[in-house]
Write a protein of this length. Structure first.
Length: 504
């Protein structure tokens, strides 16, 4: 019978990572430390060498393990400062430090003192060796086995943590109400899940090829080196080609250190994630990203549908508000400017994005009650007499009554604004004569926005005021008509509000 021949592979240079496996040697004999390090000085496993840490007592090892949770293996003596020091440390590692991943290899020079069967059953160790049997080869194979086990356990733990993070992240970003905030949340959570330090951005596109001349892309969120850049700076020909491939195949793409995430929705839109710095991702990392992307696709669908509903409501509210303004022959687009000014005032005051957005959506309805005021009063070019003014004041209550029965947050907010935006800080306003903080913050904000815009534009009873005169008026009326803190915000951010008014 002929001899079996084995083919020989050509040797290749083995890549060695900068990362190392940490091994804690815990023994009260210096010689054991020296021999162990000498025998394992050329040891490598999975392209990583060893980093040795020495402890000469169980107490010293405890302090090290308490601070460093990245140690893979501990080669642990039984008898040190006490007969059971090593065994007691095992219990501390598992029970007190809650470290279930570190592999514990018990080494003893007195096997009769700590019988193997009894120790293996009673203590959560992973291997038991007599020092006399730990030859070069045995020590080598023991460590290979321990590290392989440690690696598998860490992979399982990381997979579990990654999936938990995906569930937590998905829950968190579902709370983001705007498409931009949601998209930013998606990027943040992916980076958090993978602990990446790369650069990424996310875009929303219509369902046609990026190569078409009429392509339409909107940048929703960005991070890293892409942050604060416009779309033209970001989209190179290479990135466009990758996006086009993802859209055509309807699949996410991993290429070298680049990840292109494709998220399809049911609204004739698709979302794309671009991320670099992914060259060290393993199969688990990639699966976590794919699972997360799949989870958020439903959220994108819901967000797009919700956005369409909100946009429709907003358009209807603005249209109704504009209709009221046009009936009184006042400046066109007044309600939109009031909405934007109110939004900026709310943010500068410290209200959160969601509440500021609600005020922006509701404020166009501030004068909806004028629909119940006769033309003879509403369109009068001169000053109103006392009787006419009393009738005009009723529009605040009419507006409240029109909107008050709705349970929708925007319309309930609009009802408050309609009723209270003519109240004055000093209590001389109407319809209730409320003063200072008795007036709802929504009414105080809209009052400033409404008067600021009204003074700057022509009305049937007045010509537009120069901005200097408007500023002087607000200074004079701070603490009288208007909330002083809101006047300060208005005047300290005047350029922003002039921009809304299209003033130079």
């Amino acid at each position: 019978m002929g001899k079996i021949k084995f083919s020989q592979k050509k040797s290749v240079d083995t890549f060695i990572s900068d990362e190392k496996w940490k091994v804690l040697i815990c023994d009260d004999e210096n010689e054991v430390h020296s021999i162990t390090k000498t025998v394992l000085r050329d040891f490598t496993f999975k392209h990583k060498k060893l980093e040795f840490i020495s402890a000469y007592s169980a107490e010293e090892a405890y302090e090290i393990l308490k601070e460093d949770t990245s140690i893979s293996v501990i080669l642990l003596d039984v008898v040190m400062e006490s007969d059971y020091a090593g065994l007691n440390l095992v219990k501390v590692i598992r029970d007190e430090l809650k470290n279930s991943s570190i592999r514990i290899v018990l080494r003893t020079g007195q096997p009769g003192f700590a019988p193997e069967k009894e120790v293996i059953q009673k203590y959560d160790i992973n291997d038991y060796k007599e020092k006399t049997e730990l030859t070069d080869v045995k020590l080598y194979t023991t460590l290979i086995s321990a590290l392989r086990s440690y690696k598998d356990i860490k992979t399982i733990q990381r997979s579990k943590k990654g999936l938990e993070k995906i569930i937590e992240a998905t829950k968190d970003i579902y709370e983001k109400r705007s498409l931009e905030l949601f998209s930013d949340g998606v990027l943040t959570q992916i980076v958090s899940i993978l602990k990446l330090n790369g650069h990424s951005f996310l875009v929303s596109k219509d369902g046609f090829s990026l190569e078409k001349d009429n392509e339409s892309l909107t940048l929703l969120a960005s991070t890293g080196k892409f942050e604060n850049k416009n779309l033209n700076e970001i989209l190179t020909d290479e990135i466009k080609e990758l996006f086009n491939k993802a859209i055509t195949t309807k699949k996410s793409i991993f290429l070298d250190d680049i990840f292109i995430g494709y998220i399809e929705t049911e609204t004739n839109k698709s979302n794309l994630i671009y991320m670099i710095g992914c060259d060290k991702l393993n199969k688990l990392d990639k699966n976590l990203i794919k699972i997360f992307s799949s989870n958020v696709s439903t959220a994108f669908n819901n967000l797009y549908l919700n956005k369409e509903i909100i946009d429709t409501q907003k358009e209807l509210i603005e249209t109704l508000g504009e209709t009221v303004e046009r009936r009184s022959k006042e400046a066109s687009h007044h309600v939109r400017r009031v909405a934007n000014i109110s939004y900026e005032l709310a943010l500068e005051l410290g209200l959160d994005e969601n509440e500021a957005s609600i005020i922006r959506s509701a404020s166009p309805m501030h004068d909806v009650g004028k629909i119940g005021i006769p033309d003879s009063i509403l369109l009068k070019p001169g000053l109103l007499n006392d009787e006419e003014f009393e009738h005009m004041k009723k529009h605040a209550e009419i507006g409240r009554d029109i909107l008050a029965h709705s349970q929708r947050v925007v319309l309930k907010t609009a009802s408050i604004i309609a009723y209270e935006h003519h109240e004055k800080w000093d209590g001389t306003g109407y319809p209730q004569g409320k003063k200072a903080e008795e007036i709802h913050i929504y009414g105080r904000i809209t009052a400033v926005a409404d008067v600021f815009d009204a003074l700057l534009h022509k009305r049937c009873y007045k010509e537009p005021w120069p901005i200097e005169n408007v500023v002087d008026y607000f200074k004079e009326q701070s603490g009288k008509h208007f909330d002083p803190s809101l006047v300060d915000i208005l005047l300290n951010n005047l350029d922003k509000f002039k921009e809304i008014e299209n003033l130079d």
